[in-house]
Design a protein around this ligand. Structure first.
Ligand code: ADP
Ligand code: ZN
Ligand code: MG
Length: 484
């Protein structure tokens, strides 16, 4: 990966508080009747006054500490002034030159140089979300625009990185790690599709790692990791082509057009608004006691990176397996529930990262609502270990467990797929195979050791995979060497 790509991210996360940031309205707005979760404060009616929700500050502190930031024990809210119909006050209450936290960092793994790299975090600040415009179209023309203020006043944290990211892969790794952290902290659900985590990506190209930064563009409107990666990749090609042709990259905001797989200009930076920031006169400067910071710091939950290390030590998992298991908190929890009663951890990890994730992916389901509980998976794995069923049959059973929610034991009983361990029954089949494959038997007898595997395969076929291959091999050899 070349050193010439420069990326900086601005991420908004929606905080999982019960109430909005400056009023008591519920934050539960997703798919609710429009304008039902509003009050004079979040509608911006004249004379209403904001009151800061303490939980928002707590969540901001948790996030900032987990991102290794310095806390500004005194910080300010500012008014960011601009007019837009989704912003009834014509200003957004945000933080400006005195945000709650600065100078943090997050380590990423998938850099251009396959080593862990530090991505600096410039700032973390609190702000309120705006409402949402809904455009009604007819024949591709907007005929009506409606506004829903349920989202107005939802608490957000904005997290801004320094331009330290060197590739789209590294940007995705950063975002996945950040998402895992906020999910572990319980401050945000991290859902990009629903918009509870949103990312604007700034990107530029420069000649070499040592030369000055090039002109950047800002990319918006990506609502999946895939879209972010594709938008960055598109923009790298577009900017490099401009530079190669002796043209210059213009400072502009571009939106990702998912349908056509390209970025298109929204506005140039010349049109950039002057927000006329000034301190919010209706809120006092926020002063945070050192004891509160220490209390929050000492009660932070185990974070993804620590959990990964613990999985490697406690369960002897590979770095790769551990990383995949911890990425989503509930998946790691599932593994740990199962690991209490099942100690072949590698086997367990393989099933969770293989069959389980595959079935969940196909059904577009998630681990929280998975029809196979951890204890049911353990039951299945124990049946493989004690040779009641083969690994191959276990996969079929697993799929049925997933579809029906029934236990492995029940399904095996219903379908009669237990392994055949009755030697007489297997010997009967062996006799038939030997008779049908006289030439192969002769090959084996004259020294072609490998021929026996074909015979084992034939026996397995006749039993529809229900015999234990080890036992079949043993009985076959016995039978050929010592005919009865
Ligand atoms: P702006 O003046 O456009 O607001 P900022 O300096 O505030 O720019 O940075 C906004 C974001 O853009 C940050 O995440 C920062 O890391 C990133 N950024 C700044 N300069 C560049 C650049 N030349 N290339 C890529 N990203 C950049
Ligand atoms: Zn309100
Ligand atoms: Mg800026």
């Amino acid at each position: 990966m070349p050193d010439d790509i420069v990326i900086g991210l601005e991420i908004h996360i929606q905080l999982l508080t019960q109430a909005k940031i400056f009023c008591n309205c519920s934050t539960d707005y997703f798919e609710q009747e429009p304008n039902t979760h509003t009050c004079p404060v979040c509608l911006g009616l004249p004379g209403s006054l904001p009151v800061l929700n303490k939980k928002v500050v707590e969540f901001a502190l948790k996030t900032a500490l987990a991102l290794n930031c310095e806390i500004n024990r005194t910080n300010l809210f500012h008014r960011k002034n601009y007019f837009y119909p989704d912003l009834p006050k014509a200003y957004q209450i945000s933080q400006y030159d005195k945000p709650i936290a600065v100078n943090g960092f997050l380590m990423v793994d998938s850099g251009s140089s396959a080593e862990r790299r530090r991505i600096r975090i410039n700032r973390v600040h609190m702000e309120e979300d705006a409402g949402k415009l809904i455009h009604l179209e007819r024949d591709g023309e907007i005929v009506h625009s409606l506004v829903d203020y349920n989202r107005s006043g939802i608490p957000l944290l904005e997290i801004v990185t320094e331009p330290d990211i060197q590739s789209p892969e590294e940007a995705i790794d950063f975002l996945q790690k950040l998402r895992a952290i906020v999910q572990y902290l319980g401050v945000c659900d991290g859902n990009l599709e629903k918009g509870s985590m949103r990312c604007d990506a700034n990107i530029s190209i420069r000649k070499s790692e040592k030369s000055a930064l090039g002109t950047k563009t800002e990319l918006k409107n990506m609502n999946s990791f895939r879209a972010i990666r594709r938008a960055l990749e598109f923009e790298i090609v577009r900017q490099k082509k401009l530079i190669k042709n002796g043209e210059s990259v213009l400072s502009e905001t571009r939106r990702w057009d998912e349908a056509n797989g390209r970025t298109i200009i929204m506005r140039s930076k010349e049109e950039a608004l002057d927000y006329r920031y000034f301190p919010e006169p209706d809120l006092l400067p926020l002063t945070i006691k050192q004891e509160w910071i220490e209390e929050i710091n000492s009660t932070l939950p185990e974070l993804p990176e620590e959990r990964k290390e613990r999985f490697i030590t406690d369960y002897q998992l590979s770095d790769y397996d551990a990383r995949r298991l911890i990425e989503v908190r509930s998946l790691g929890d599932y593994f740990e529930r199962a690991a209490q009663d099942y100690h072949n951890y590698k086997h367990l990890a393989n099933w969770i990262l293989g069959e389980l994730l595959r079935c969940l992916g196909e059904e577009n389901a998630n681990i929280e609502t998975c029809p196979i509980s951890a204890s049911k998976l353990v039951e299945l794995l124990k049946l493989i270990d004690n040779k009641t069923i083969s690994g191959k049959i276990a996969k079929d059973i697993f799929e049925q467990m997933f579809k029906t929610g029934k236990s492995a034991a029940k399904l095996i009983k219903e379908s009669g797929t237990t392994q055949i361990s009755n030697k007489n029954e297997i010997n009967g089949i062996i006799d038939r195979v030997i008779k049908d494959n006289a030439q192969t038997v002769q090959d084996f007898c004259s020294g072609k050791e490998k021929a026996i595997h074909f015979l084992v395969g034939q026996v397995m076929k006749h039993t529809k995979g229900r015999a234990q291959p080890d036992l079949v091999l043993e009985l076959l050899k016995e039978r050929i060497n010592k005919p009865y």
